[in-house]
Design a binder for this molecule. Structure first.
Ligand code: NDP
Length: 480
């Protein structure tokens, strides 16, 4: 049994009330560890430590802070295999995915913001004949970072790295479903030379530990990634306290395929954009719209490839898909497949749980599922499923597909496939989303703005956007 601890004031400590919750391994369905069930008392200790550390950390130069963060980046890299195994075990994702995507990206997040902050400049505005304005950008103070289970260390570090680089002290809560790599990170941070109390990691449930972070009056900003419902609650709670808020929420992303695209490249990438990480990436394209003239050709080629995806235990080197993250989540995804049938959809492939041999016979595996025959506005096509389920819908005109693509409450990302340059720009301009990939998917440059519109969130992460979020601007005017 692995028992993890909170990281408060530079020490690994037990929760104040001594209560723990079970941590399940999605691949086997068995409990393999315990995590602190932290409460407001633990958050209070973390805030006291962070307040004490703030003058020390915020008065360091960017280079000094950056050097410590580089040591964290290297510290993760040195323990790469351990981090990869922990992420895969905690989340159910194939080892190969954790090794190629999750952990390398967490390493880059620290590296990127450690150096980015040295290039971050504030503005000056000259007023002809009158004087000059200059803007300072100072760290906010103590900030809260709350992250989800789908890309655990990847998204956790995506928030805490810019918060720390810009001089803030952080109270962070990873998802209680996938806490293991955040715990390993606290071991790395302990050895990095970062002053005690700068980064505090409080494990536990959203309703207790998360809520205490959101409500704490001394935590001045909240950076949250998770579901839209939770985001709405956080906005409702933190808004009247005038906290700065960055909310990265759910999605129901359209994948728009025109007949003139490079077909083979499109099919290959569409399999990935549908089922990578068991479809549990907020950027996966779950609604696939195909121009009618190539609908049947696409359907045949896509299903042929999807049926070759091996669903297996995450340690199997042949696994292209592992387990989904939890039993309740598996049940939710399966219930959406049932809903799709009730709504008149036809299951073209998948549509069921996958039962592996022991010791994986109680794991949470779902076959990649492709559904057709649904209207664009039914619940299956409007609500976020966040699993290995996609729908196929034909379209005849650009106007029609844009109407369907924009018909949900969400607006996170979209993918457009076409060889017509003008059409690519025109449709990119009209799709309601914060991130668009043309003839590609999930190409990430950490300098670009990241986030969604409508119910997919408020604010942007990445590059300068993140450093701006984690600093307060002050303008100073001096007359001549
Ligand atoms: P949740 O909203 O359930 O949880 C996200 C985090 O918030 C968890 O750490 C959770 O803790 C915590 N939390 C839950 N309730 C509260 C509360 N009342 N106050 C404070 N914190 C709380 O999301 P999931 O973890 O299920 O993640 C999946 C969702 O995340 C999907 O909707 C997906 O689209 C979205 N997502 C968005 C991304 C984006 O960039 N826009 C990227 C990745 C995912 P606990 O685990 O204990 O519930």
């Amino acid at each position: 049994m692995i028992r993890i601890q909170n990281f408060i004031n530079g020490e690994l400590v037990a929760p104040v009330k001594g209560q723990y919750i079970d941590n399940y391994e999605p691949a086997t369905g068995k409990v393999y560890g315990e995590i602190p069930n932290s409460t407001e008392e633990d958050v209070e200790l973390a805030v006291i430590a962070a307040e004490k550390a703030f003058p020390i950390w915020s008065n360091m130069t960017n280079e000094e802070r950056g050097a410590i963060m580089m040591r964290i980046s290297l510290g993760i890299e040195k323990r790469m295999d351990e981090f990869v195994a922990a992420e895969s075990r905690d989340n159910g994702k194939p080892l190969s995915l954790a090794a190629h995507v999750d952990i390398p990206r967490a390493i880059s997040n620290f590296h990127f913001f450690a150096t980015a902050v040295e290039h971050f400049a504030s503005e000056s505005h000259y007023m002809e004949g009158m004087g000059i304005n200059y803007t300072t950008r100072k760290p906010i103070g103590v900030v809260g970072c709350i992250s989800p289970w789908n890309l655990p260390l990847y998204l956790f570090s995506w928030k805490i790295a810019p918060a720390l680089a810009s001089g803030n002290c952080v109270i962070a809560k990873p998802s209680e479903i996938t806490p293991y790599t955040a715990y390993l990170l606290s071991e790395v941070v302990k050895e990095s030379g970062m002053p005690a109390g700068v980064l505090n990691i409080v494990h536990g449930l959203g309703q207790f530990a998360g809520d205490a972070i959101v409500k704490h009056p001394k935590i001045k900003a909240i950076s949250f990634t998770g579901g839209t419902k939770t985001g709405e609650y956080i906005a409702r709670t933190a808004g009247p306290m005038f906290k700065k808020l960055s909310l990265e929420l759910g999605g129901k992303n359209p994948n728009i395929i025109f007949a003139d695209c490079e077909f083979d490249e499109m099919v290959k990438t569409t399999v990935r954009s549908s089922f990578a990480n068991q479809g549990q990436i907020c950027l996966c394209g779950s609604r696939i719209f195909i121009e009618r003239s190539i609908y049947e050709k696409f359907k045949a080629a896509f299903i042929e490839r999807v049926e070759k995806l091996t669903v297996s235990n995450p340690t199997d080197p042949n696994a292209k898909m592992g387990a989904v993250v939890s039993k309740p989540h598996m049940e939710k995804v399966l219930s959406y497949i049932e809903l799709a049938k009730e709504e008149g959809g036809t299951i073209l492939t998948g549509g069921h749980q996958v039962h592996l041999e022991a010791p994986y016979n109680e794991g949470y595996y779902i076959a990649p599922t492709v559904i057709e025959g649904l209207s664009y506005d039914c619940r299956t096509n409007q609500e976020e499923i966040f699993g290995p389920v996609v729908t196929l819908t034909p379209f005849d005109t650009e106007e029609e597909v844009l109407m369907m693509a924009n018909s949900t409450v969400y607006g996170l990302s979209a993918t457009i496939w076409t060889s017509d340059l003008k059409r690519a720009h025109r449709t990119a301009d009209k799709v309601q989303a914060g991130i668009i990939w043309i003839n590609s998917w999930l190409v990430r440059d950490l300098r670009t703005p990241f986030g969604g519109v409508k119910a997919s969130g408020v604010g942007r992460e990445g590059g300068w956007e993140a450093l701006r979020f984690f600093t307060e601007a002050k303008n100073v005017f001096i007359p001549y």
